[in-house]
Design a protein around this ligand. Structure first.
Ligand SMILES: [Zn+2]
Length: 689
C-alpha cells in the first residue's frame, strides 16, 4: 500500500524475474541474467544513474496518467503484436500451435478480466479486480512486411537449452529481426541451462529497447494449458511476465525473493496492492504485513493467480504510453499497420493434421492452418467420407487404402486462397501383411509411396541406393544434404502380429556422423495401432567412424529387436525417425519380421481360383473357406497399388463364394488379387488382355 519511491529506486532492477519451477517448491529460483544486472547496479554507478533516471521518467508518466484522469483513458483497448518463438531440438519442447493458442487465450482472458475463475476471487479484492484493456494479437507480418503465422520455430539445441540472448540471436538468424519495440517476443525453450527459472523478462528501460532480445523468456512447460504445460486448465505465467514487461514489480516489491520478513519494507509502487512478504502457496487469507494480502494477484508466486488490480492497470497502461523501453511504439498506428494487427488479410491457405498416415476406417482430424483469420472454408476430400466440408476443422474417414489428396479454399472479406495437398493422406490396410515379411529393396517395382512412407514429403530425402548389405539395393536417407532440424521418417505398412507368441524385427544399417558432436537423433519407433500412437523402441548409433565427406557404407551392422507382446496386434507398424543434426547418410537393408505363431491357426482359405485367366472383359474369383472367416479382396497392380476393392472386409461362411472381376477401365497387364482371410494375405496373379 505504502508508496515509497526512494526504496523503489534503490531496489530498482530492470530485469526480472523468475517463477519457482514447481508450485510446491518454496525455493525461489533466479535467472542468472537477473543476477548479473543486480550486480551491475551495485557496482556500476553510471548504470545505476541511468536506471534511476529511467525510473523517474516512468514515475512521472504514472503521475501524468493519473492527473490526466485515467477514467477517460479507460475504454481504449491497446493491441499488442505478439510473436511466439519456439526453440527446440526435435522433442516435445517443439510444442503445438494449439498449445501456443491456448496460451494466448489465457493471456487475453486475464488481461481482459474474462477468466472463468475471476468470480472466485475472495470478496475483499473482487471489487478492484481490473480489466486492463490490453489485448495481445498474433503479429501477422514480419519486420520485412511478409506474412507469417505469428509463431516461429527454430531448431537449435544450444538455444533451446540456454534461452536468453542465445535464443533471440538464433531466431534472428533463422527468421529475421523482430525489434523489441515493434513486437512482444515470447521465447519458448526446453531449459535455461542451470537456472531453475520458469520464465523471466525485462522491465522497460535499457539495455534492449528495439533489440529483439527485449522479450519474455519461458520454459515450454509453462506455456498454455495443454500439451507439455504443467499448468493444465489455466495458466498465468506469461501474464505474470507481461506484467513485468509493462513495468509491474512483484506485489512485495523489487526482489525475486518472496516470503522474506524484510519485504514488508519494500513496495511495488502500486497503491491498491497491500504490503506483503509475497507468497509461494495459495494462502487466501494471509496477512503477512499486518493486513490482508492479495494472494490471488498475478504478480504473486501463489499459483492461484486470478486478477490484476486497478492500480496495476494504471501502472501498466502508463508504461505502454511511455517511450521508456520503446513500449509506446508498439501501439502506434504505424506499428499496428506494419505488424498487421488489424489486417485480416488471407496470406496463405494451409492444412494441418497430426498423422498423415492412418488405418483404413480411422478418422482424420483436419485443422485449418491458414493465416490469417479465415471466415469460410471449402474442403474437399476425394476418397473420404464426407467428401467435402464447410467447417473449420473437419473430421474425415477413409475406407479405402491408398493415397488421397486434400483441397482447401479459405476466404474472408479480404480475399481467397487455396491449397491442394496431393496424395497427402496415406491410408494403410487395417489388416496387416502376414509375417514372416522381408524387404531387401530389390524389386524394380519397389515404390516408397505405397509400401513405405517418406514423411518428409521430399522424394530426394529417402531413396533407393546402389549400396547394399545384400543384393544390389538398399534404402537411403540422403542426410548429408538435409538441413539441421528436419525430421525424416521411413514408415512401414501394417503387419499382422495377432495371435503370435513371439515376434522379432531385424534389419541391417550403416550410418556415420559428420563429426562425433553431430546432434543427430536416430530412432526406431513401434506402434500397435496402425500409427495412431508411437513409442520409441531404441536409439541407433553410428556403426563406423565419423567422416566429413559424404558417407557410403563399407560395413553394415545388424539390429535385432524382439517385439514386445503388447504389440501383437493386426496393425503393427514401425518406422525409422531421423532428426538431422549436421550428420551424414543413413542406409537400411534386409528388413525381416519373423514370428512364432500362437495357439490358433487362423488361415481357413482352402483354395482360390480365377477363371478365365488371362481374362478379357470379366472373370470369376472363387474362394473356398474351411470355416467362417473375415475376408477382404482387393485388385492391385504391379506397383502394389490398390486399383479396385472387390470386397470390403466382411464375414463369409464356410464353403464357396464367388466374386466377379470386371475389366472396366483397367489397362492390359499383370495384376494381383490380394485375398485377406482373418489377416492372412494370399496373392493370385491375374493377367488382363
Ligand atoms: Zn516475477
Amino acid at each position: 500500500m505504502k508508496i515509497n519511491f526512494t526504496i523503489l529506486i534503490t531496489a530498482t532492477l530492470l530485469v526480472l524475474n523468475s517463477l519457482t519451477g514447481l508450485s510446491q517448491n518454496d525455493r525461489t529460483n533466479f535467472c542468472d541474467h537477473d543476477h548479473e544486472l543486480y550486480e551491475r547496479v551495485k557496482t556500476d554507478p553510471e548504470f545505476k544513474r541511468e536506471i534511476d533516471s529511467v525510473e523517474a521518467v516512468q514515475n512521472s508518466a504514472i503521475a501524468n496518467y493519473i492527473s490526466n484522469n485515467s477514467a477517460n483513458r479507460a475504454g481504449t483497448i491497446y493491441y499488442i503484436p505478439i510473436v511466439y518463438h519456439i526453440l527446440h531440438e526435435g522433442g516435445s519442447e517443439n510444442i503445438s500451435d494449439a498449445q501456443v493458442k491456448s496460451d494466448l487465450d489465457d493471456l487475453n482472458d486475464i488481461f481482459r478480466k474474462r477468466n472463468a475463475n475471476v468470480g472466485n476471487v475472495i470478496p475483499q479484492f473482487r471489487g478492484i479486480s481490473a480489466d486492463i484493456e490490453i489485448e495481445f494479437r498474433f503479429a501477422q507480418k514480419k519486420n520485412d512486411g511478409s506474412c507469417f503465422s505469428g509463431i516461429t520455430r527454430t531448431f537449435n539445441s544450444s538455444a533451446a537449452n540456454t534461452g536468453g540472448n542465445t535464443a533471440a540471436d538464433a531466431v534472428k538468424a533463422t527468421h529475421g529481426d523482430f525489434p523489441g519495440n515493434k513486437y512482444l517476443n515470447i521465447y519458448i525453450v526446453k531449459s535455461f541451462g542451470t537456472s531453475g527459472a520458469a520464465g523471466y523478462t525485462f522491465r522497460p528501460g535499457p539495455p534492449y529497447q528495439a533489440d529483439m532480445r527485449n522479450g519474455i523468456h519461458v520454459l515450454n512447460t509453462y506455456v498454455g494449458n495443454i500439451g507439455t504445460s504443467t499448468q493444465q486448465g489455466f495458466n498465468t505465467t506469461i501474464a505474470h511476465e507481461a506484467g513485468h514487461w509493462f513495468n509491474l514489480p512483484h506485489t512485495w516489491g523489487n526482489s525475486n525473493n518472496p516470503g522474506l520478513a524484510s519485504n514488508c519494507n519494500g513496495d511495488d509502487g502500486v497503491a491498491d496492492t497491500p504490503n506483503t512478504i509475497g507468497w509461494t502457496s495459495c494462502s487466501l487469507f494471509g496477512t503477512s504485513c499486518g493486513s490482508l494480502d492479495n494472494v490471488e494477484n498475478v504478480m504473486e508466486y501463489s499459483y492461484c493467480s486470478k486478477m490484476f488490480t486497478e492500480g496495476q492497470k494504471t501502472r501498466m497502461r502508463s508504461a505502454l504510453l511511455s517511450g521508456v523501453g520503446g513500449r509506446n511504439n508498439l501501439i502506434s498506428a504505424a506499428n499496428q499497420a506494419a505488424t498487421g494487427v488489424f489486417s485480416d488479410i488471407i496470406c496463405k491457405a494451409d492444412i494441418y493434421t497430426e498423422n498423415t498416415t492412418v488405418c483404413q476406417g480411422n478418422q482424420v482430424q483436419y485443422y485449418d492452418n491458414s493465416y490469417h483469420n479465415a471466415t469460410s472454408w471449402n474442403w474437399s476430400f476425394p476418397g473420404g467420407t464426407p467428401s467435402s466440408s464447410n467447417i473449420e476443422n473437419p473430421v474425415v474417414v477413409y475406407n479405402n487404402p491408398g493415397r488421397h489428396t486434400v483441397n482447401l479454399t479459405v476466404s474472408n472479406a479480404s480475399g481467397t486462397k487455396s491449397v491442394a495437398k496431393q496424395r497427402y493422406i496415406r491410408v494403410v490396410s487395417s489388416w496387416g501383411a502376414s509375417v514372416p515379411f522381408s524387404e531387401g529393396f530389390e524389386t524394380s517395382e519397389f515404390q516408397f509411396e505405397d509400401n513405405w512412407e517418406n514423411t518428409s514429403g521430399d522424394t530426394s530425402y529417402w531413396k533407393l541406393s546402389n549400396s547394399s548389405a545384400s543384393g544390389s539395393k538398399s534404402a537411403m536417407l540422403n542426410n548429408f544434404n538435409i538441413i539441421n532440424g528436419a525430421t525424416s521418417e521411413l514408415g512401414s505398412r501394417t503387419y499382422n502380429l495377432s495371435g503370435m507368441s513371439s515376434a522379432n524385427l531385424s534389419f541391417k544399417y550403416a550410418y556415420a556422423q559428420k563429426s562425433t558432436t553431430s546432434g543427430e537423433v536416430v530412432q526406431l519407433l513401434v506402434s500397435s495401432d496402425c500409427g495412431e500412437n508411437w513409442v520409441i523402441a531404441r536409439g541407433i548409433n553410428q556403426n563406423t567412424g565419423s567422416t566429413d565427406s559424404e558417407f557410403f557404407p563399407t560395413n553394415w551392422s545388424n539390429i535385432s529387436y524382439n517385439i514386445n507382446n503388447s504389440y501383437f496386434s493386426a496393425n503393427f507398424r514401425f518406422k525409422i525417425r531421423i532428426v538431422s543434426g549436421g550428420g551424414n547418410n543413413f542406409f537400411i537393408d534386409d528388413i525381416n519380421i519373423s514370428s512364432t505363431v500362437g495357439v490358433e491357426e487362423t488361415n481357413f482359405l482352402s483354395s482360390a481360383t480365377i477363371y478365365p485367366n488371362p481374362m478379357i472383359s470379366n472373370a470369376s474369383l472363387s474362394l473356398d473357406l474351411i470355416k467362417q472367416s473375415e475376408v477382404s479382396v482387393n485388385l492391385i497392380n504391379a506397383l502394389g497399388q490398390t486399383v479396385s476393392v472387390l470386397s470390403a472386409r466382411k464375414t463369409l461362411n464356410e464353403g464357396n463364394t464367388t466374386f466377379e472381376i470386371q475389366k472396366n477401365q483397367l489397362s492390359k497387364g499383370v495384376y494381383f488379387i490380394q485375398i485377406n482371410v482373418n489377416g492372412n494375405m494370399s496373392m493370385k496373379k491375374l493377367i488382363i488382355n
